[in-house]
Design a binder for this molecule. Structure first.
Ligand SMILES: Cc1cc2nc3c(=O)[nH]c(=O)nc-3n(C[C@H](O)[C@H](O)[C@H](O)COP(=O)(O)O)c2cc1C
Length: 160
């Protein structure tokens, strides 16, 4: 089962977190992961994907303009019925990554996606709306990102 991880990353932090989430996904049997920069999307792979995870750097307490531009222009990319999950990086606590997650979630709902994070229902580590890291994350944040990937992978396997 295919899972696409699409992200925008100018200075590399968000890409590093995407890679860690990808490692977590690969812990789950039969999951094939592909990481894609927002400007280098493999649309055939996305079409075949059961889940699409979006990641953004935080720009002025929201998603980056590159991610926003993609959502504004991607009406031809149908993500309806696919599982969606989100992550964001920021420079400092309170920098607005949570707002970026909510904005991403909104765009993904407009596309008809089924949003999932695992939630607090799965116990420690509690992951509410998605993953947030300061830059590319400390050890704890990196571990959470990997667990997040694994949880998404397990849910995809269970549902599809
Ligand atoms: C234009 C711009 C605006 C930013 N605004 C914020 C912000 O509001 N809050 C914050 O914590 N970090 C902010 N940052 C820092 C980035 O979100 C942070 O360094 C992020 O991890 C960069 O991701 P990347 O390395 O994947 O590009 C901003 C960076 C840029 C370039």
């Amino acid at each position: 089962m295919k899972v696409a991880v699409i992200y925008h990353s100018k200075s590399g932090n968000t890409q590093k977190v995407a890679e860690i989430i990808g490692e977590g996904l690969k812990e789950v049997e039969n999951i094939e992961v592909k990481l894609m920069r927002i400007d280098e999307i493999d649309y055939e792979f996305v079409k075949e994907s059961k889940a699409v995870i979006f990641g953004t750097s935080t720009y002025y307490a929201n998603i980056s303009w590159q991610i926003k531009k993609w959502f504004d222009e991607s009406w031809g990319c149908n993500l309806e019925g696919k599982i969606g999950a989100v992550f964001a990086t920021e420079d400092y606590l309170g920098g607005g990554a949570d707002t970026a997650l909510i904005t991403l979630i909104g765009h993904m709902m407009v596309k008809g996606m089924l949003l999932y994070s695992g939630g607090s229902a799965l116990g420690q580590p509690y992951i509410h709306m998605g993953i947030v890291t300061i830059k590319d994350g400390d050890e704890n944040q990196k571990e959470r990102a990997k667990i997040f990937g694994e949880r998404i992978g397990k849910k995809v396997s269970e549902l599809f």
